[in-house]
Write a protein that binds this ligand. Sequence first.
Ligand code: AOF
Ligand code: ZN
Length: 373
Amino acid sequence: MSDGNLPVFEHEFWMRRCLSLAERGRGLVSPNPMVGAVLVRDGLVLAEGWHALFGGAHAERMLFEGLELGGGVESGGGSGLGGELGLRGQNEDFSDCILYVSLEPCAHFGKTPPCANLILEKGVGRVVVGVLDPNPKVSGKGVGLLRDAGVDVLVGVLEEECRQLNWAFWVNQVLGRTAVVAKWAETGDGFMGLVGDERVLISGVESSRWVHHLRSGMDAILVGVNTWNLDKPKLNVRGLEVSKQPIRIVLDRNGRGEYTSEGLRRSDGELWVVGGDLDLVELLSWLYREKGLGVILVEGGASILQSFLDADCVDDIHILRNSQMHLGSGIESPKLDRSMLIRGHDLGADEHWVWHRNFGVTGIKTVEGDRAE
Ligand code: AOF
Ligand code: ZN
């Protein structure tokens, strides 16, 4: 396949660069999407940009602002195709350039003016877009503005990768609520722990490292009040640099939580205690619309996890399974239709089973007693 001028692998090469630039915004831009952009002339990169901070410049604006400052590509950075960069003025002719951007340029006045207008002002000749923006204020309109003005626009290069990168943003826009990741560790005979005070360590060190990486991309980590009181969890990211710790949320409908100063100081994240009797869909809509949370991790306990699953309010499931360990009795792990799980790469000795919401195709099925051995 080619678009008539360039082979598709060349477009994919630059779009991959956009995706890795976009990654730099992980944990910093939510509930906005992570976006990367590259401006290319004759196979050389002139400038790069990414959405670096919520409320800040979008990827395209950062790219052009970098150019005006006479830079645009970090020294030795990225693709290594930087070439010579002279001081560039505002009036440079970009009609022979291709702008690659992982998400459709926006067409609305939000916290920043529309990127599509900026691209038109700069006179860029061609734009290659990864995926259309699901935000109804933007979707199709950004591309429409560009095309109407005569810009040659190609849409859909690495489309699935570009959507996957921002899957939580898709949940926010399509379902109007905070996206939810559920994670738990279980034994080979399907238990999450013992009944009572005794804590059992089920998953191993590789899993733990992976969990901290997972936590680093979350806006908040939510647990139920029993887990808060009994496990005394830290709910923070350890062993990794993060600019901000996730918010700690305790779901405490009847005010049974113990919020001592030790609990508050146990880790650095803000602590939010959520009471009242909102149902979970209402709670997640509120967390998204009023509190601006893009994605949260639900870590337990079993009954909280089960209630999120039963309400079809989980978008991403990760089960860390130590099949060598058997408890014989205890707290049963959540019930769901295990046939929908896919086995990912093992994490040390632990099996990693995953499920990811596929819009329009599947919700979660919770089938009683349908647990794999
Ligand atoms: C782009 N490039 O880098 C990003 C876009 O409130 P604002 O002004 O920051 O706008 C947020 C919306 O803009 C967001 O919902 C999404 O539709 C789009 N994000 N668009 O052209 C970017 N981050
Ligand atoms: Zn924009």
